[in-house]
Design a protein around this ligand. Sequence first.
Ligand code: GRF
Length: 212
Amino acid sequence: MARIGVLASGSGSNFQALIDAVESGYIPDSKIVVLISDKPGVLALERAKKHGIEAVYVDVKCFHTREGIDNKIVSELSKRKVEIVCLAGYMRIVTRVLLKKFPERVLNIHPALLPSFPGLHAQAQAYEYGVKISGCTVHFVDDRVDHGPIIIQAAVPVLENEDNESLRKRILAAEHKIYPHALKWLVEGRLKVVGRRVKVEGVSQAAQVLVE
Ligand code: GRF
C-alpha cells in the first residue's frame, strides 16, 4: 500500500483529481494519508476532511527559513509514514530537506509545457507570449524551480478567440487528466529516471496527450 501525502495551498482541484483516482481504484494499492496546506481555510483542507484524509495546516510564520518549514512538513509526513509526496498547487519552493527525505518521490504539476514558462502565472505568461499551443507538465521535483525530469505532458491548443482565463481553465482540465497517470505510474514502480529522461514502462508513447 503506497502512502501518499499531498501539499497544496489553494483550491485543490488537482488534489481532488488524485483523490478520485485513488478512490476509484485507478491508482491501485494506495492511500492519500495527509493533506498539508501552508494557507489556513483553503478549499483543499475541506476536500481532505470530506474524504476522511487528515488535514494539516502548517503556519509558516512560526519558522524563519524555508528549511525550517520543510523540517516541519517532513516530520508531519514521516509521522504518517508517507512514501510519495505530490505538490498540487503548493505555492512554496521546496528545499533539499524535503527532497533528501523523498528522493525521486516528489511530484509537481505545472500549468505550462516546461521548460517554457516556469514560475508563477505560467498560463498568463504563455498567453501573453502568444504561443499557439500551451499545456501542462507533471515532473519530478528537484532543487530548481519547475525543473526536474518530465513524466507526462498534455498539449492544449490556444483558441483564437479565448482569453487568458479561458485558457487557464482548459489547461486546468488537462492537469486533472494527466496528474493521476503520473502518480499511478510512480505507485506501480514503472518510472525510471535516466539523466533528464523518464522512461515509463509499458507506455510506448511516453504519454503525450493532446487535449482539444
Ligand atoms: C494549478 O494550475 C497548478 O498547476 C498550479 O496551481 C494551480 C492549482 O490549482 N501549480 P488547484 O489548487 O489544483 O485547483
